[in-house]
Write a protein that binds this ligand. Structure first.
Ligand code: SF4
Length: 243
């Protein structure tokens, strides 16, 4: 699928992964590069409000203009998948989210997701939209970002992902103003993205678009989307990590 109109603003070069970044099975033991593992309240999906364990993986090939997770681009620590699973089990939540960075950049994430699904946990995967979601475990829920022009990353989207969504997957648009809203509105309507009851979230770039304005636009246009407030930014320090 070709990119929608206005998809070429703010092209930003991004680095290639180093050999260490792709060394994800040292000695045959699958491992993940992890920025942090922590408990918080889920805030950016239909599971908003539910206590959740977050596994934040290191590394992202995108560079969204408004990214609030730039600390995940580098650093982190290598952990065996078994160790990650042990930490998640210790924290005890039935809801687990893999986020980043971009969690689908690391192949070993699929083993971790499958194991947690087998244990009966609900697994969410927050993905930036540039990685193919086809390999994702069918039991996991993709929260797929659709990168709007204001992110500068629209031309990096894998648009085929819109055809690969499973019925329970959700879409998220983060909007930095009226221009992004109109672009997202056109895409939702032209592609009939809400067909089959697909859950679509519209949220605001923090400090750049007022949720009240977005609420008004959604109501005015009767768009089949949900206004999403970034709960963690309301509950905790907006710049805090591990929230
Ligand atoms: S995809 Fe997410 S982590 Fe990567 S640059 Fe964009 S907002 Fe930041």
């Amino acid at each position: 699928m070709s990119a929608p109109p206005h998809a070429h603003r703010h092209a930003v070069p991004v680095p290639e992964p180093s050999s260490e970044e792709v060394d994800d099975a040292r000695g045959g033991v699958p491992r993940l590069r992890v920025t942090e593992i922590y408990r918080s309240i889920q805030g950016e999906s239909s599971y908003a409000g539910v206590p959740c364990t977050f596994v934040r993986l290191t590394g992202c090939a995108l560079r969204c203009v408004w990214c609030d997770s730039t600390y995940t681009f580098t650093g982190g620590a290598w952990m065996a998948v078994a160790e990650v699973l042990s930490r998640v089990r210790d924290l005890g939540d039935g809801l687990v989210e893999f986020t980043g960075g971009e969690p689908l950049l690391q192949r070993a994430v699929h083993e971790a997701i499958a194991t947690l699904c087998e244990e009966g946990r609900r697994v969410l995967v927050e993905t930036g939209g540039d990685q193919d979601i086809a390999p994702l475990d069918p039991r996991a829920v993709a929260i797929l970002d659709v990168k709007c022009p204001g992110s500068g990353m629209s031309d990096r989207m894998d648009w085929g992902n819109l055809e690969r969504l499973r019925p329970h997957d959700e879409l998220k648009f983060v909007l930095d103003g009226r221009h992004d809203y109109e672009w997202a509105r056109a895409l939702v309507r032209q592609k009939d993205l809400a067909r089959g009851g697909r859950i679509i979230h519209f949220s605001c770039v923090f400090g750049r678009l007022e949720p009240r304005a977005l609420a008004g636009w959604i109501l005015e246009d009767a768009l089949p989307v949900r206004l999403q407030l970034q709960l963690h930014k309301i509950l905790w320090d907006p710049d805090a990590r591990g929230t």
